[in-house]
Design a protein around this ligand. Sequence first.
Ligand SMILES: [Zn+2]
Length: 309
Amino acid sequence: MSLADPLFAASNQIRYTTYLGRKYVYMRDVAAYYGMKYFIWQKTCGIYNKYSKIIFHYESREGSVNGFTVHFLYAPVFQNNEAFISEKDFLLFIDPILRNRAIPSHKMKTIMLDPGHGAHDKGGTGSIYQEKNLNLQIALKVRDILTSKGYLVYMTRNRDVFLSLEQRIAEAKKCRADIFISIHANIAGKSAINGIETFCVTPPGAPSTNDAKPVYKRERGNYFDVNNARLSYEIHKAAVSRTKSYDRGLKRARFYVIRNAPCPAVLLETGFLSNPKEERALGRQSYQSTLANAIAEGIINYHSALRNR
Ligand SMILES: [Zn+2]
């Protein structure tokens, strides 16, 4: 770590401790570092100021950032009336959200949209719609919005054709995509389940949201862990606030396309085809436009964070 490294300042001011073989930082010090207030109250701890609020819960990986649900890599640790959060959550997630300068800058011109599935690969099937068609309809709307804003937009597919996951990544490489956005819809066994969830790749040495075991292998997508955090947060925030859908949270997974992307990448699950109300909404032009505008807004907000470093 060098003096030029923005993390150097943090490493100097923030004390850490080791717990279960992992590094944890003092939440009190994290708050001081950002000039924020710190609290620990019963089974909740957090940092906040006028602009931002980050909440953790005892023995839970689920918390929130500015009111949006976030699945952290590790639960906080409470000891002697002091709260600690994992160093990975701090450096790879909280810091790039609170501080634009923490995000590595990159070109932001070429956007690759990836509507999931296609042709015989239908994705989830609801009682009216097939996922592959909804993904494409939404992605086409995102393309039009971003093109009108001056971005160069490519799509892994712009019609009903089959593409392997490998081909999707090859397309992103060929077009020299600056970011990669995969669009999907969900399906669940219970029809009551609904809402939006957004994924970025799990950092090496951490467990995915639906898993407890860490995976140590570093994948291509992990070169962009810090960017992935901010990009996925901006898209999740815009999608949940624009649609008013149930917020299932920003999650971590090692899905093929986000794990292998040659650039910052996000996979958005727009809603559940197994929920009748959400399925009908996803089929509506107006709701698709709302979603498309939200995705575009998230991308534009990420871009402006990069510009205002
Ligand atoms: Zn899918």
